[in-house]
Design a protein around this ligand. Structure first.
Ligand code: TXA
Ligand code: MG
Length: 403
């Protein structure tokens, strides 16, 4: 009973300032328009929830203003209810009207509800994968469901750039709470089929807009504390935030930053959680001191050998996901050195490619008992590498080897 409806993102056009003044998009394709209208009606008029594409990952959306919608989100995902949700709006105008109850703000006071520290960032990065924290409005004005914010004093908000997400939110004229549309602990979905796999029978509708272009979730920043903090690395890099944020962002701190130098143990609690985790065992290879490719390949073989040994032969199928150093590793060489069924797959060579392929590869490695052991070649924690390693460290639990 879960419907999947296709929407063509290329058929939806927004004016350049639509994310400020809230003007509605035009549709070049009637069927896409009809589907978006159907989905936006569900979000506006019912407690039901809808999965939809964003530029980062697919989201599972429900009205941020309605307790029952939020309960339905937590239930479908099986998500712990103390983890607050991001509210998605289509424009600053919608934020002012629907969350602050201010209807007629002129052009000059459009940003009155957004602290100045964010102005430069949102001016340059919205619509897009940037999430900011704002203070929850006073009780008398507040329209947000307490369940959206998990009763915190701040709420998280972003304007997505994906035209389907923007059109859906604009037409429903409702702020939409949307966590990633995966079952809790599974890798985030970057295709409609991933959502269907995890949530079929639990939600009425999935909008299929094709693959997500960014592939990791939005960057979450807190500009309400001093110094400001990057709470979750994501679609925009730390380096971009510092560069584009203006004077107050130069000393931006990274929450629980862990640089995995060789031999260093992961101690922070967040790192212990299995998240983004396939059901096969995952080992992360962290770039370290080993200088040349031959030695890296020897190390890879010894890591797999060791796992086979300690598993008492229960590891029969191994999947290797490569990035930079192992880009040219030959699977026939590995096969002759190891007595296992082996597949080697590249995640990509640039930060953007690796981000876009990451979650699909983690899911694929897990399909049809594809592998008992997944070995992933990590990257340096800079630029896109910070967000990539944040996800890979969680996918691997505590299992990493320096190489
Ligand atoms: O790209 C994304 O952000 C995707 C798409 C669908 O937009 N959404 C997403 O939502 O990743 P979710 O629920 O999977 O992640 C939300 C993150 C969590 O790490 C949560 O703890 C944090 O944002 N968050 C939300 N509200 C917060 C708040 N008030 N204070 C601190 N962190 C908050
Ligand atoms: Mg998530």
């Amino acid at each position: 009973e879960t419907k999947i409806l296709k929407v063509d993102p290329g058929s939806i056009q927004f004016a350049a300032d639509a994310h400020l003044n809230g003007s509605l998009p035009t549709f070049a394709d009637d069927e896409s328009k009809r589907v978006i209208q159907e989905a936006s009606k569900i979000l506006r008029d019912s407690d039901n929830i809808v999965a939809f594409p964003t530029e980062t990952v697919y989201g599972l959306g429900g009205s941020s203003l309605n307790d029952n919608s939020i309960l339905n989100i937590y239930k479908a995902k099986n998500r712990p209810s103390d983890n607050p949700l991001i509210t998605h709006v289509s424009s600053i105008d919608q934020l002012n009207r629907k969350i602050y109850g201010e209807n007629n703000l002129g052009k000059d006071s459009l940003l009155k509800n957004v602290p100045e520290i964010y102005h430069s960032l949102i001016d340059q990065l919205w619509p897009g994968p940037l999430t900011i924290l704002l203070p929850v409005p006073n009780a008398s004005r507040n329209t947000l469901s307490k369940l959206t914010t998990a009763s915190q004093s701040t709420f998280a908000v972003r304007i997505p750039s994906n035209p389907i997400a923007r059109a859906l939110i604009a037409l429903s004229d409702t702020p939409i709470a949307a966590p990633s549309a995966n079952a809790s602990t599974r890798p985030s979905p970057t295709l409609a089929s991933h959502v269907y796999h995890d949530l079929k029978g639990k939600i009425p509708l999935i909008l299929d807009g094709g693959p997500c272009s960014v592939g990791v979730e939005s960057t979450v920043v807190d500009g309400l504390c001093r110094p400001p903090m990057l709470l979750r690395p994501g679609g925009f890099t730390y380096e971009q935030i510092v560069k584009l944020g203006g004077d107050l962002w130069f000393d931006c701190k990274v929450e629980r930053r862990k640089t995995l130098e060789s031999g260093e143990k992961v101690r922070t609690p967040g790192m212990k959680y299995k998240h983004y985790a396939p059901s096969a065992k995952v080992i992360l290879l962290v770039p370290g001191n080993i200088g040349n490719e031959r030695e890296k390949i020897r190390k890879l073989i010894s890591v797999i050998d060791e796992q086979c040994l300690v598993s008492h032969g229960s590891i029969k199928k191994v999947s290797i996901l490569t990035t930079l150093q192992l880009a040219n590793v030959s699977s026939s060489e590995l096969k002759s050195a190891l007595n296992v069924d082996l597949t080697v797959q590249s995640l990509g060579l640039t930060g953007e490619e690796i981000q876009a392929n990451l979650f699909a590869a983690l899911r694929k490695a897990d399909e049809d008992d594809f592998a008992d052991l997944i070995v992933i070649e990590g990257v340096a924690e800079k630029d896109e590498g910070l967000a990539v390693m944040n996800r890979l460290i969680k996918a691997a639990g505590n299992e990493y080897k320096s190489f």
